[in-house]
Design a protein around this ligand. Structure first.
Ligand SMILES: [Fe+2]
Length: 210
């Protein structure tokens, strides 16, 4: 109940990342998906409330449960959101949840095509009504996450974070080499990862449809 606002924001975003990345992982199963979808619902409905008023007991309780469900969903393993997070956390000395929260909207929109059959349920858990097209759903969910990150007074792009344009390709290479994810349904090579870093730097959510 006395956890500071900045820690509430960072740990809450990490819980959202665990639930979402686990759901998008090729290692997901019915148990991790059930935990992840309910975990997303709880975090999306309660993180801003817990951030705004730390004494909001129902919101704190819901966030605790959402974080626990994210811990269960972690059995599916994380995808590249956490990898990107590691590359920027080490350079900018960021709290883990902040470094993973910044890439999350872009992960969702860029995984939408590879996870097409699962996007409708993910969008529902996020409270997004965005039609049937998986990529449009992914972008709409990504926009919702971006708004949430802004409300938590955190940067939403790598440019805002202070990453230099000249550093993007080195970060992309490091991401693949040091933090490779065999369970990622999206396979990145050096070129596509560099493109992904540029999207996160520019704040572009809409992926290439290829
Ligand atoms: Fe994490």
């Amino acid at each position: 109940m006395t956890m500071p606002q900045s820690v509430t924001a960072a740990t809450g975003l990490d819980a959202l990342c665990h639930n979402t990345e686990a759901y998008l992982s090729a290692g997901a199963n019915v148990i991790t998906d059930s935990a992840a979808l309910e975990g997303v619902r709880l975090v999306v409905d309660n993180l801003e409330r817990a951030f705004t008023d730390g004494s909001d007991r129902p919101a704190r309780e819901a966030m605790s449960l959402g974080a626990l469900l994210g811990g269960i969903a972690l059995a599916a393993r994380m995808v590249y959101g956490h990898s990107v997070g590691y590359t920027v956390a080490t350079r900018f000395n960021l709290p883990h949840g902040v470094s993973c929260g910044i890439p999350l909207p872009y992960i969702i929109s860029n995984y939408a095509l590879a996870c097409a059959p699962k996007m409708k349920r993910l969008a529902e858990a996020y409270g997004v009504d965005g039609g049937e097209d998986p990529v449009e759903l992914g972008v709409a969910v990504g926009e919702k996450v971006t708004r949430l990150v802004s409300k938590l007074r955190l940067p939403t792009t790598l440019k805002e974070l202070g990453v230099k344009e000249s550093e993007l390709s080195a970060l992309a290479d490091e991401c693949i080499k040091l933090y490779y994810r065999p369970n990622s349904p999206v396979v990145f090579d050096e070129k596509s990862m560099a493109h992904f870093y540029r999207m996160m730097w520019n704040g572009e959510l809409a992926p290439r449809r290829e």
